[in-house]
Design a protein around this ligand. Structure first.
Ligand code: TNX
Length: 763
């Protein structure tokens, strides 16, 4: 991973000035280059421009792309010439022509490395393979003044670039981002726009999540119902939602990405996360196929039937079309979150298990993957799958994409599999920036400590995942940016040596002074660095009534509200930080950006009770992924929705809930109620029992308990309210609620479920 570039002799001697870029006069490059030295003076880019490109096909192509960009953005005439033409005809140059040389004549081991040198008379970008030249062009563009990214901005007659020498290469070869177009659909232009933005930060993989329970988005000629039926769902409000890509559109996107140095890795989910396909072709399920394409999120029990030969015929045909559409050597087959109960209850699956001598149902998944891998190998493709593929035995050579934790990275590489790391802890950009702040992304190291050099070499790189349950084109930028820039730097730049706080501060400065304004100029609306897009805080107004303060962390967002439980229309009243809601209001707040509703609606009711605004001590605090709106969420007087992602609930994963509230004085207390959630498909269960301890002095405690029974098979998503009668005098109220074990037939069986809570109501 850390081999040095082999420099061409005599080139850039003494250039390797490593370390964070200190002076304010330094260009604001993201990702930080391996080495950079800024000199005296500037190069001026003005009309006409001559790009001198060496003859390799890729260099010629990059020259064409750069020429187009200069023509389009600057309005200059651009001539692309070969070095020979320049040699024989040099009088055309010299006087008043801006020269950019692109050459592919170095001997560097890393095909993506490049050297960029700017002198007052010429810009030169050199690489070894043609691929590095493209990344050098991205750097060159960032060296131009920020106005260059403002399509509506002025068009000066001359643009200046500082004199600089840069040598650069990526730390990892797989620098990607997952775009989930299945939960919500993204039109072709949105996909291509993201490809452009990825390329700008030298990210080279678009992981295109094309199929899911909630929608199949890729046209397959042999199975038209996949998109006729599987691409469409009926939303809870009765509307139809969906979309898909034709094969021509796919070819266009793949070619668009290729030109921009981005590989497209398609993901076709199997054997789970496949409800939409099973609705289209019910014969692919073991029994009882789902009737409608789901319109709710989570993990579904319906999966492709491993016991049916026609399933493998189907997948062989689908993957053959996929292999033809996507030139990339990798095909992602999903493999995550597969409940095995349909296979357990299916006679032909169990017979297959016997026949093959497989020890358990997990091993059936291993069998499934081996069969699918035969198709991929036939087409010269390598399988990529989520970390669960290790559980039933992954085909040799399969790449494991880790999502659960860094321990899984270690496990995978130690069992000899190459790894792409995208753990929830650092790379889940569908989590709010409050739960996954920019600094946390920046602290990501895809390589776990203490790996042998051989194991380390198996870490190919990483990805930032944009699962789209709560992401549409309207809020995509808010979630992706600026976090994807932190990831781009982690995956490209050399590991920052020494002080990591200083390294982050340096990154943040380059972001604030350089890339954030430039992104905005390009029409991108980046989200907050470390807070929710919408911030709710609850206080008390002069009359003692609850006051809810609603703020948006992003300029340009207008928050609108209703008080009757309906979704606010674009002309509903805007909420200011002084708006008060009264107990009983059924508030729905909805942010709008450029007139478009963001899928970040929050609904809550305001509830006044004895513990409201009372200090609450949590032992231990909630999981970092679900911190709630504030540390005092359990006594803020806000009862949220059934959605666990509405930001109002706190969630516990590794610990049970144990909260103590101070009412401020001894008061008569009739009952204590815990407001909690149930969402089995998202691994969230209500507790089996809630225990309440009350005390007047903090020393003598009285215990009360209520139990909660959950009907088996009840997968409804809802709020669960557990009331514990008390009838006594108390100042301190302690509530404990242990997490409930996930049921035996649940994909997470063996672990306790999440426990979510948003309020402890004391009356
Ligand atoms: C888990 S990560 C999933 C996805 C969800 C995501 C939401 C993975 C392989 N599976 O299906 O969209 O969580 O954060």
């Amino acid at each position: 991973m850390h081999r040095p570039i082999r420099f061409a002799r005599g080139l850039l001697v003494g250039l390797l000035a490593l370390g964070p870029l200190a002076s304010a006069a330094q260009p604001h490059l993201v990702p930080r280059p391996l080495a950079m030295e800024v000199g005296e003076g500037t190069f001026t880019l003005s009309d006409p421009v001559r790009i001198v490109a060496s003859p390799e096909a890729r260099v010629q192509e990059v020259a064409g792309l750069l020429a187009d960009r200069i023509r389009e953005r600057m309005g200059f005439r651009v001539l692309v010439a070969s070095p020979e033409e320049v040699f024989f005809n040099d009088h055309w140059g010299r006087s008043g022509t801006s020269e950019i040389w692109l050459r592919s004549d170095l001997e560097w081991y890393n095909p993506e490395a490049y050297a960029l040198s700017v002198t007052p008379s010429r810009v030169t970008i050199m690489d070894a393979s043609g691929e590095g030249v493209w990344w050098g062009v991205q750097t060159l563009w960032q060296l131009l003044p920020p106005e260059v990214d403002d399509a509506r901005g002025p068009r000066p007659e001359a643009w200046t670039i500082p004199v600089v020498d840069i040598v650069d290469e990526p730390r990892f070869g797989w620098r990607g981002s997952l775009m989930d177009v299945s939960r919500h659909f993204f039109p072709v232009e949105e996909v291509e726009r993201y490809i452009d933005l990825l390329a700008r930060y030298k990210m080279n993989v678009l992981h295109w999540h094309l199929t899911e329970d909630q929608g199949w988005r890729l046209a397959i000629e042999a199975y038209p119902r996949l998109t006729e039926v599987g691409a469409w769902r009926t939303e809870p409000d009765g509307s139809r939602y969906g979309g898909f890509y034709t094969q021509d559109e796919v070819r266009h996107i793949v070619e668009y990405a290729r030109q921009r140095g981005v590989r497209v890795v398609p993901e076709i989910e199997m054997p789970g996360h496949a409800s939409a396909a099973l609705v289209a072709y019910p014969e692919l399920a073991c029994a009882d196929p789902p009737e409608a394409v789901p319109n709710a999120w989570g993990v579904f029990r319906d999966i492709y039937c491993v016991g049916k030969p026609e399933v493998f015929a189907f997948l062989d045909t689908v993957l053959t079309e996929v292999a033809g559409l996507f030139p990339d050597p990798y095909v992602h087959i999903g493999g995550d979150e597969v409940p095995k109960e349909r296979w357990r209850d299916c006679a032909s699956c169990q017979a297959l298990k016997e026949r093959e001598g497989l020890p358990d149902d997990e091993a059936l998944q291993g069998y499934f993957l081996r069969r699918v891998n035969e198709t991929l190998v036939r087409h010269g493709k390598t399988m990529v799958g989520w970390d669960e593929i290790l559980e039933g035995g992954a085909p040799e050579g399969a790449v494991v994409q880790v999502w659960r934790d860094m321990e899984s990275v270690r496990e995978a590489v130690e069992s000899g599999h190459p790894v792409v790391a995208s753990p929830t802890s650092h790379a889940y950009f569908d989590y709010s920036p409050a739960a996954l702040p920019l600094a946390q992304v920046y602290s990501f190291d895809p390589v776990p400590d203490g790996l042998s050099p051989e194991a380390e070499a198996l870490v190919l790189g990483g990805e930032g995942n944009l699962w789209s349950e709560y992401i549409t084109p309207a809020n995509f930028d808010l979630m992706a940016f600026p976090r994807v820039l932190a990831l781009a730097e982690v995956l490209w730049s050399p590991e920052a040596s020494g002080d990591s706080a200083r390294a982050f501060a340096d990154f943040e400065r380059r972001l604030d002074e350089g890339e954030l304004p430039r992104l905005r100029a390009r029409g991108v609306t980046p989200g907050p660095k470390d807070s929710d897009v919408l911030r709710l805080s609850v206080g008390t107004d002069a009359s003692g009534a609850p006051r809810v303060r609603v703020e948006s962390a992003v300029e340009g967002i207008v928050v609108r509200a209703s008080r009757d439980g309906s979704a606010p229309a674009p002309d509903a009243p805007a909420v200011s930080s002084m708006t008060t809601f009264s107990p009983g209001d059924r508030v729905v707040i909805r942010p709008f950006l450029n007139g478009e509703a963001l899928p970040m609606t929050r609904s809550f009711t305001v509830e006044d009770h004895l513990a409201r605004t009372g200090p609450v001590t949590l032992m231990p605090p909630p999981d970092v992924r679900y911190p709630g709106p504030s540390a005092g969420a359990l006594t803020d007087g806000l009862l949220g929705s059934a959605g666990h992602r509405d930001g109002l609930s706190q969630g516990w994963w590794d610990h049970d809930l144990d909260a103590t509230v101070d009412l401020g004085s001894v008061q008569p207390v009739r009952s204590v109620t815990l407001h909690t959630l149930q969402n089995v498909r998202s691994w969230i269960l209500p507790p089996e029992a809630v225990t309440v301890y009350v005390s007047a002095d903090g020393e003598t405690w009285h215990t009360h308990q209520a139990r909660h029974t959950m009907a088996s098979g009840d997968e409804s998503v809802r709020r669960v309210v557990i009331e514990v009668p008390v009838d006594g005098q108390a100042r301190y109220v302690r509530v404990t609620a242990p997490r409930r074990a996930l049921p035996d037939d649940h994909p997470g069986a063996g672990h306790a479920g999440w426990l979510f809570a948003d309020e402890i109501v004391v009356r």
